[in-house]
Design a protein around this ligand. Structure first.
Ligand SMILES: Cc1cc2nc3c(=O)[nH]c(=O)nc-3n(C[C@H](O)[C@H](O)[C@H](O)COP(=O)(O)OP(=O)(O)OC[C@H]3O[C@@H](n4cnc5c(N)ncnc54)[C@H](O)[C@@H]3O)c2cc1C
Length: 404
């Protein structure tokens, strides 16, 4: 089996394939280190508190797995504290009742007084009607998760696991009895290598001096995340996955210690959590265009969007200082939910991408679903049929309304 892309989805799929007895697995990636992959550049949030059955169904078993390896992946299960304004609070209470009744998530509603008692740093609660606290949710280190998936795949598959680095997938030939992936294999020489990888991933500029390599298998699983839009046309499928830049800032606020808490989501849409001795904060700019962009707008962006939200909630953040930041790609689909299923008209191509900001937290179960399709040709545990690639053409989007 051939997996395109070695991020969290590709690595989880490899692990599950190996667990199901597949003895030959190749993961092909431009950069297995993943320096521009979403799996490397995300915020590490994990939550079961979704509003659609499908998203809970993928998050919950993933969380159970993360709990079982919590020390290995730094899973810090201290919940999400999600603040709502007056307009959105009734919907939050309704969702909470559903989550608790159907999935026993133990979500609690906090009024502003209870919220301030829960986290005394939150001392300016103007515009906050209430908050939900979801104790099963938390934070993890996505890089450790990816390494664990790959390690397990290696343990289970041994030398049958082939990790092909600096391998740019340039074409896919489908025959009735096999798939041939045409790869441009290049050398990475740092620091020029970084420029080469960036040129490939941002500008779709094939590498110079590459050797052509044909990788042959029975099934190909496309896990190229935000790049699925470029890779899927190689087998004739135009997929509605949009790459959109998302920025994250790291700030130092010496008077604020958020270590006892998990993820915070403010009414402004700014989310934040502790990151070692610092604070990590992000915000989605609605005007951000569809593009493969990795620039970070720096202190100006922080001063304009992050500082006002945090200092406006926590007076002790007033003297907070910008330290650094980065950007990565969200992989938006039209209904903001992942895609898992056979590519239309192809029995040898499986698609598993477009997780729109939740690929880390759903990776374990989504990888399992992709591995089930590849080996049993049907979903055996969680029925992911609602995530099939054809749902948009069928007019049957998944309804999910709680996105950061
Ligand atoms: C700022 C930010 C914050 C986020 N926060 C969270 C969060 O808190 N929780 C959460 O669960 N999710 C979060 N996400 C989303 C999450 O990171 C992604 O959904 C997830 O990492 C997607 O994994 P993937 O394996 O599908 O894609 P990726 O990790 O992007 O992997 C795709 C791989 O495909 C490779 N590739 C692409 N094209 C080719 C080609 N032609 N040939 C060979 N290889 C190729 C790339 O090099 C890459 O390694 C966030 C994302 C961002 C950007």
């Amino acid at each position: 089996m051939i997996i395109l892309g070695g991020g969290l989805l590709g690595s989880a799929t490899a692990m599950h394939l190996a667990a199901r007895g597949v003895t030959s697995i190749a993961i092909l990636d431009v950069d297995l280190g993943g320096r521009y992959s979403s799996s490397e550049l995300n915020a590490g949030g994990v939550r079961a508190t979704w509003r659609s059955e499908m998203n809970v169904a993928l998050a919950l078993p993933s969380i159970e797995f993360f709990e079982s390896v919590k020390d290995e992946i730094a899973f810090d299960q201290k919940g999400y504290l999600w603040m709502y304004d007056e307009a959105r609070w009734p919907g939050a209470l309704e969702a909470m009742a559903w989550q608790n009744q159907h999935h026993q998530l133990g979500v609690q509603a906090l009024d502003p007084t209870q919220l301030a008692a829960h986290c005394p740093y939150l001392d300016t609660l103007d515009g906050v009607a209430g908050a939900t606290f979801s104790p099963k949710d938390g934070l993890l280190n996505p890089n450790l998760v990816k390494e664990l998936y790959r390690r397990e795949a290696r343990r289970l598959c041994g030398s049958g696991l082939r990790l092909e680095n600096y391998a740019y997938v340039a074409g896919i030939d489908l025959d009735p009895d096999k798939v041939t992936v045409r790869v441009l294999k290049f050398q990475e020489f740092s620091p020029a290598g970084d420029a080469a990888i960036k040129a490939i991933l941002c500008d779709a500029m094939p590498p110079d001096d590459a050797a052509v390599l044909n990788v042959v298998g029975d099934i190909v699983i496309n896990c190229t995340g935000a790049w699925a839009r470029r890779v899927a046309p190689m087998y004739g499928h135009a997929v509605p996955v949009r790459p959109v830049r998302r920025q994250i800032a790291i700030a130092h606020a010496p008077e604020v210690d958020l270590r006892p808490y998990g993820m915070f989501v403010d009414t402004s849409g700014v989310y934040f959590h502790r990151e070692s001795t610092h604070i990590l904060a992000g915000w989605a700019d609605p005007a951000e265009p569809t593009d493969y962009r990795f620039s970070y707008d720096g202190p100006g962006w922080f001063e304009e969007h992050i500082w006002p939200a945090l200092a406006g909630r926590m007076s002790k953040c007033a003297r907070m200082k910008h330290r650094s930041g980065w950007s990565g790609l969200y992989e938006y689909t039209p209904d903001l939910c992942g895609i898992i299923g056979f590519a239309p008209g192809h029995e040898r191509v499986i698609e598993a991408f477009g997780f729109t900001g939740r690929g880390a937290m759903q990776s374990w179960a989504a990888g399992r679903a992709a591995a089930e399709l590849a080996t049993a040709r049907r979903f055996e545990t969680v029925d992911c049929t609602p995530l099939r690639p054809t749902r948009f053409a069928d007019g049957q989007p998944v309804k999910e309304s709680l996105l950061i």
